[in-house]
Write a protein that binds this ligand. Structure first.
Ligand SMILES: [Zn+2]
Length: 308
């Protein structure tokens, strides 16, 4: 029998990743572009480039809350322009292929279970730490059909305003956006920091990587910001462990590059706050798939649907 393939799409707040993936989990070819204004045109163009004979469907992970019945994105604080758009219908009509829609972090959790660090674990939580914070939950080896909007769990009753409109969400304290806005605010208030040089004086062009690099070089402000964000993340992690008592917590997304300060602080804070027996049984580890978790999980959706 001829090998089958799927197109796996991972649409996040900052990047759109699309790949051609084989049924045995090989990423044959992939494209990574900024999540532009013209999402539909970008998607159609990229899919055309990747299509080959043997593609049986398109799996699509999107940053946002998905209505699986209506196949639309109900709410997406980081991608408001796709809310309500019949994106699955558009792609189905364009390419005459089945299209399956899922939340991006849920899809990344599937990717980890299929090909990554999640393979040996019966129950695990996947946390995506990037522009926003997302989550996916594998329970008894399968993806739980729940929202898992971990980034919007409140950790502060009267806290900072979040992009979702609520106050005190984890995402408003420990995401890339939160780290950046805290740095920009401090720099606007004339705080001393080596990070000013890395963005050539334009503080609005800062990236979380600039802050991490400055922190590694000993910059006090950057270290303080990452440690604070890490402590808040630790509060969120502790809540997750108390609720789900998972075997593992797998962390992915751009911010895990700052493991040595940000994540270590989070683990320290979580260990302080969590029941000892629960904390000791959790493995907290970085994803080994990195950027590929989403595209792999999205492709797996297609192969899994075909088998059921
Ligand atoms: Zn929120």
């Amino acid at each position: 029998m001829k090998k089958q393939y799927a197109i796996g799409i991972d649409l996040g707040g900052t990047y759109l990743r699309i790949a051609l993936v084989s049924e045995d989990g090989e990423v044959v070819q992939k494209i990574k572009i900024p999540s532009s204004e013209n999402i539909v045109e970008s998607l159609q163009g990229s899919i055309r480039t990747l299509l080959i004979e043997g593609v049986i469907g398109i799996g699509f992970g999107i940053a946002g809350l998905i209505d699986r019945q209506k196949e639309t994105v109900v709410e997406s604080p980081n991608l408001p322009r796709i809310e309500g758009l019949d994106i699955a219908g558009i792609l189905r009509n364009t390419f005459n292929l089945p299209v399956v829609l899922e939340n991006d972090a849920n899809v990344a959790a599937m990717g980890e279970k299929w090909m990554g660090e999640g393979k040996p674990f019966k129950n695990f939580v996947l946390l995506t730490l990037g522009t926003g914070i997302g989550g996916g939950l594998i329970y008894n080896h399968v993806l739980m059909d729940i929202a898992a909007e971990i980034g919007h769990m409140s950790i502060m009753a009267n806290g900072e305003r979040c992009s979702c409109g609520n106050y005190g969400c984890l995402e408003a304290y420990a995401s890339g956006t939160a780290i950046l806005s805290r740095a920009i605010k401090s720099l606007e208030d004339a705080a001393e920091s080596a990070v000013r040089e890395s963005c050539k004086g334009n503080i609005y062009k800062l990236t979380p990587e600039d802050i991490y690099k400055a922190a590694l070089d000993g910059d006090t402000l950057s270290r303080e910001i990452l440690r604070d964000a890490g402590r808040y993340l630790g509060v969120g992690i502790s809540n997750l462990i108390h609720v789900f008592s998972p075997d593992a917590l797998i962390l992915t997304g751009g911010l895990i590059g700052a493991w040595n300060i940000f994540i270590q602080e989070a683990i320290k804070e979580a260990s302080r706050r969590t029941f000892k027996q629960l904390f000791e049984k959790v493995s907290i580890l970085p994803s080994s798939l990195g950027d590929d978790a989403g595209i792999l999980g999205a492709s797996h959706l297609v192969f899994a649907c075909q088998r059921t």
